[in-house]
Design a protein around this ligand. Structure first.
Ligand code: HEC
Ligand code: HEC
Length: 417
């Protein structure tokens, strides 16, 4: 049995033992006419004991001793199970980063999804911020605080967990590279756009590249956001708790711990947000499987039918103080740009990403992803390709017109990544 299969079987066995809610297949995205009762929110799940450890994480090759120490401290923060005493909640989605990012190893993806919601009226999206949107926190430290989908939420989308392997390399790709790529003339009516945003950790305008909507530019910003929004751990960038469905009176009753809950260690100048960011930054990229003649033929087809218009085979990092991240080729198979994906989109407006915009999913490591597409709707690569729409329609059509044997070669190539 190959190692990847062994790893994912092991993780599957481990995850079967953990809480059932986390393993529920995501329901399809719904777009309900106004006035229709919203679908039931996921049922409350108790704070599950941490499942047995996933396979250990592999750091980038060639780290200095100090960088290796940062990776180890980061690994501990990433795995740390938060409790009510450490600041968990009052509303949250899970108890550690590792609870969601664990397949096929620590830092990976999983079938775990989160729910986004809003109200779309006459094509205008309202994230229902005053009702706790757009991210639903499905769990609470006390059932009395638990969030529900507001009645007028008629756009509800599931987002499945993405892997973090090689995230430091993605972070080190200069904004200018992505801006230049967006300006380039492409074929098939494809035109990627950068996700411009204000980075909360530096206060500067940056190009987003992380998340299904390219909604964050830096790993520190994503970590700070995940601590407060997925676990309810306030930190120096986000010092206010989420009020359950926007109810601040309820929050006042619920929250007994002084903010920010994530404390900066005066000796190192770092809190858990910084340590988790270090872990992700120094995490090795996915290991590529040795190429077979079939996969090599598939790679040629992938380019010839223009999948590479969006799934750019590689980008290059800029200079970095970390030698292992500096001026490296990054074979991520993504342009990290937003594209109008038509029917394959989630209806949620986030930052400059419109309702139909999605970030080109990086395809490195796609062979060991448990499920595909933003809502994790399929575990079949063939189905994931056939679901492409919008700007990807021409490439999708060329794929469907390939002889079956050629399609198999292309899929073998994807599985080798
Ligand atoms: C409840 C499950 C859950 C927890 C807990 C969680 N994540 Fe995630 N993570 C997700 C999901 C789902 C996405 C995709 C979200 C999106 O794009 O809207 C994601 C995406 C990310 C990404 C973007 C990677 C990319 O490029 O796509 C980063 C970085 C990340 N998480 C870091 C963290 C860190 C650090 C923690 C702990 C502080 C954490 N996450 C906790 C579910 C989780
Ligand atoms: C217009 C840009 C574009 C083109 C062209 C394109 N893709 Fe994609 N691809 C995307 C986006 C955006 C996503 C993420 C979709 C989502 O939100 O679920 C994606 C997702 C995927 C996924 C799922 C990855 C995951 O992590 O879930 C696979 C596999 C894939 N593409 C393969 C292909 C193949 C093969 C082709 C050529 C036939 C192709 N793509 C052409 C933009 C594109």
């Amino acid at each position: 049995m190959n190692t990847r299969l062994t790893l994912s079987l092991a993780t599957l066995l481990v995850s079967l033992g953990s809480n059932a809610f986390a393993q529920m297949p995501p329901p399809p995205r719904t777009s309900l006419p106004p006035g229709t009762p919203p679908p039931a929110a996921p049922s409350p799940a108790p704070v599950a004991p941490q499942a047995a450890a996933p396979s250990p994480a592999v750091p980038l090759a060639g780290l200095t001793l100090a960088e290796s120490a940062s990776f180890r401290a980061g690994t501990a923060a990433f795995r740390q199970v938060e409790t009510v005493d450490s600041g968990l909640g009052p509303i949250f989605n899970d108890v550690s980063c590792a609870a969601c990012h664990n397949t096929p190893a620590l830092g990976g993806a999983s079938r775990r999804f989160v729910t986004r919601f809003g109200n779309t009226t006459n094509g205008v999206f309202d994230p229902l911020t005053s009702r706790g949107g757009s991210l639903l926190q499905a769990r609470a430290i006390d059932p009395a605080f638990r969030e529900v989908l507001p009645r007028n939420a008629n756009t509800v989308a599931q987002r499945v967990t993405t892997p973090l392997f090689g995230a430091g390399l993605i972070e080190a790709i200069p904004d200018a590279t992505l801006i230049a790529a967006a300006a380039r003339q492409t074929t098939d009516g494809v035109h990627g756009r950068v996700s411009l945003l204000n980075d909360v950790t530096t206060g500067t305008q940056r190009v987003g590249r992380f998340g299904w909507k390219a909604q964050q530019a830096t790993l520190l910003a994503f970590a700070a956001d995940a601590y407060v929004n997925e676990m309810g751990i306030t930190n120096r960038f986000f010092s206010e708790e989420n009020a359950p469905n926007g109810n601040t009176a309820l929050l006042a009753q619920a929250d007994q711990i002084q903010d920010p809950e994530d404390e900066v260690d005066p000796k190192t100048g770092k809190g858990d947000v910084d340590r988790a960011a270090d872990f992700m930054r120094l995490l090795a990229p996915p290991a590529r499987v040795a190429s077979s003649p079939t996969a090599i033929a598939g790679e040629r087809l992938f380019a010839s039918i223009n999948c590479t218009t969006c799934h750019t085979p590689s980008l290059t990092t800029g200079p970095s103080p970390v030698a292992s991240l500096s001026r490296k080729t990054v074979p991520l198979y993504s342009d990290l740009l937003l594209h109008d994906m038509g029917a394959l989109s989630d209806g949620i407006v986030q930052g400059t990403a419109g309702a139909r915009d999605m970030r080109t999913a990086p395809l490195w490591g796609v062979g060991s992803r448990p499920v595909y597409l933003h809502d994790g709707r399929t575990s079949s690569l063939d189905e994931a390709i056939r679901a492409h729409a919008g700007e990807a329609t021409a490439a999708r059509t060329r794929y469907t017109q390939l002889p079956a044997a050629s399609q198999q070669q292309l899929l073998a190539f994807l599985r080798s990544l």
